[in-house]
Design a protein around this ligand. Sequence first.
Ligand code: GDP
Ligand code: CA
Length: 319
Amino acid sequence: MRIVVLAGGIGGARFLRGLQRAVPDADITVIGNTGDDIHLFGLKVCPDLDTVMYTLGGGINEEQGWGRTDETFHLKEELAAYGVGPEWFGLGDRDFATHIVRTQMLSAGYPLSAVTEALCDRWKPGVRLIPMSDDRVETHVAVEIDGQRKVIHFQEYWVRLRASVPAEAVVPVGAEQAKPAPGVLEALAEADVILFPPSNPVVSIGTILAVPGIREAIADAGVPVVGLSPIISDAPVRGMADKVLAAVGVESTATAVAEHYGSGLLDGWLVDTVDASAVERVEAAGIRCRAVPLMMSDLDTAAQMAREALTLAEEVRES
Ligand code: GDP
Ligand code: CA
């Protein structure tokens, strides 16, 4: 079975680990979000690609959900001693090596997709990880600070400000001109099923869908497209997804997120059992819906979520 998954960072990566456990023989392609990418200290950092790569490759800091296990921060401390920041972005010594290799390869002329493949050669994530695009796309957020409207990098909004001010707009800068990376459209065309894990609907999956051609390829693939809600009990399970949902006028509910993707894209949607009352409304919107436990408290629960998503996909296929 060929499965394509659109993924952001933590939610996507943890779901993928469950999917691998549920269907060990499946051929899984991950289309990763690169809108979170940022240039720091002259290095190209790709937080979501790395979270997927480290999580599936066994190098992730489990408690944090991002960054390397067994990490130290000497380099960051030395930079800070020179007064060189930003101090708010956590880059550890081990993690730095990834960004140095990536930047070196990019400078030598390799596209990001080839660089990602090379990095995965070490980590062996067990999936084919492709960035959504080789072109630069950077998510920016419009905010009002001290009465002044400013546009800041997504990481500054998310990590430095912890989304503490309302996001007035979320813009994937460069997306309109970006082309899907080699292999993205091919993987979608050859997929047996396409999954949206419980990743951020705006700044993870929304950014991937903003690359021209990707949304169309999913809608035209003619195979079941099934998503899992990152919202449980009207709140994100982790993080501040409600802040960026508000920016695009979407309520922080499992139903509203399904309706935001819409029946033109989604065939099936899983909500948590506590949101069972949402099923009827999602189905009224033309999306087949089931309520199942959606808390990824461990690998087994994530695997069970993946099984439920694939079961729903088969129901959709047979209908
Ligand atoms: P990020 O790039 O690290 O922010 O990660 P993603 O975009 O992949 O996923 C973030 C989303 O995952 C957040 O909106 C969370 O609500 C959601 N999430 C995290 N853990 C869980 C979980 O255990 N269950 C569900 N349903 N959603 C989760
Ligand atoms: Ca992210």
